[in-house]
Design a protein around this ligand. Structure first.
Ligand code: CP3
Length: 342
């Protein structure tokens, strides 16, 4: 794919504006998605390649974003390890979280064939997508996946038992993390074989634990996934939300781009992050709940940064949330496409 502004930026080529896409774009802010959700559950849409491809491409058609992200979820990995999972209206729920098991490792039986329906979805997306729109594949980063597996659902996102296991029961935690990582690597490679053109690793909960524990327990797994993806020539984006000053320890072999959260000002992130790594981010999605004037004021703050930094992808600091009006998201896409970046 030669004329994708998103892929050009990922590869370090000059473009006349930053590319734009949003985490969680394939979902609840789109009226077209909500209409489909009246007839099908999340799992039903995932199980049907035609529907999964349709939902993946909705934000491309409705919002005009520069890339599509696979319609799936990070929790398909625990599911493929034998954990029973249900997507309810309140979010995903595991039937037997690992915190309740005497021997958690005995409960994990990775079966990679359980991920095959997703490769069929990718092939259908590649067949039906508009020209020059690349497809981003993804998986959850090992800590975030581990948190959900151990804790089950955690409404306030503190995952106390999962964090306790990282301190108290390091050897078991390491083995669980290793199994997540082995399956994630296979999954990433198969996504690439099926046609994705870039890969993002979602570490939503990097900020849950101190930096030194993150680098001790989690970073070796991130490095393995990064290596496996980068070896194929596929650009690798890493989103370590809440990592803070840990950003300065990430090496170019760990990521081509880092997706930065809203806690770190983008100019500060640029100073912290290695110069050979690009930046994605980092608008607070909640500003999109405000009026257009307030949104535009916030967007104007990015002009100077965008003029000086070609290796930047416009995105949010975290995913879109359901309460955000569709028109405001469209306003941002149009603004990025039409602003004066020279
Ligand atoms: O970005 C995209 O639009 C692509 C698809 C995608 C989904 N989930 C679809 C989804 C991606 C990349 C994810 C990642 C994901 N899933 C993360 C990491 C990124 C982040 O947002 O923090 C996490 C932690 C999950 C786990 C998860 N899945 C939760 C906590 C929930 C419930 C809350 C919510 O946002 O609805 C989900 C469900 C989910 N995943 C939905 C979608 C579209 C909602 C399903 C529905 O319509 O009911």
């Amino acid at each position: 794919m030669k004329n994708s502004i998103f892929l050009k930026t990922l590869k370090g080529e000059e473009t006349n504006r930053p590319p734009v896409w949003f985490m969680r774009q394939a979902g609840r802010v789109l009226p077209s998605y909500m209409a489909l959700r009246k007839d099908y559950s999340f799992s039903e849409m995932m199980a049907d390649p035609k529907l999964a491809a349709k939902v993946t491409l909705l934000p491309v058609h409705d919002l005009g974003v520069d890339a599509a992200i696979l319609f799936s979820d990070i929790l398909v990995i625990p599911e493929a390890m034998g954990m029973k999972l249900e997507f309810t209206d309140k979010g995903p729920v595991f039937e037997n979280p690992l915190k309740d098991e005497a021997n958690p490792l005995d409960c994990l039986l990775p079966d990679s064939s359980k991920l095959e329906y997703i490769y069929a979805n990718i092939e259908e997306i590649i067949k039906t997508r508009p020209k020059n729109i690349p497809l981003i594949g993804f998986c959850g980063s090992p800590l975030t996946t581990f948190c959900y597996m151990v804790q089950g659902i955690s409404r306030n996102h503190t995952f106390p038992e999962a964090v306790a296991m990282l301190y108290k029961n390091k050897e078991v935690a390491k083995k669980i993390l290793e199994r997540i990582t082995d399956l994630s690597i296979l999954y990433a490679k198969n996504q690439i074989k099926s046609g994705i053109e870039a890969f993002q690793l979602f570490e939503t909960h990097a900020g849950l634990i101190p930096q030194n524990l993150y680098f001790e327990m989690i970073m070796p797994s991130v490095k393995r996934i990064a290596k496996a993806v980068k070896e194929t020539g596929t650009p690798f984006i890493y989103m370590p939300k809440g990592l803070g000053f840990g950003l300065e320890k990430i090496e170019p072999s760990d990521a081509d781009f880092i997706s930065v959260d809203w806690q770190t000002p983008i100019e500060k992130a640029r100073q912290l992050i290695h110069k050979d790594i690009g930046i994605q981010g980092n608008l607070d999605p909640r500003i999109l709940l405000a009026d257009k004037q307030s949104i535009e004021k916030e967007l104007n703050n990015y002009l100077e940064f965008g003029k000086n930094n070609n290796n930047w992808i416009f995105n949010l600091g975290h995913g879109l949330i359901p309460q955000i009006p569709f028109e405001n998201v469209k306003f941002v896409v149009d603004w990025v496409k039409n602003a004066d970046w020279k």
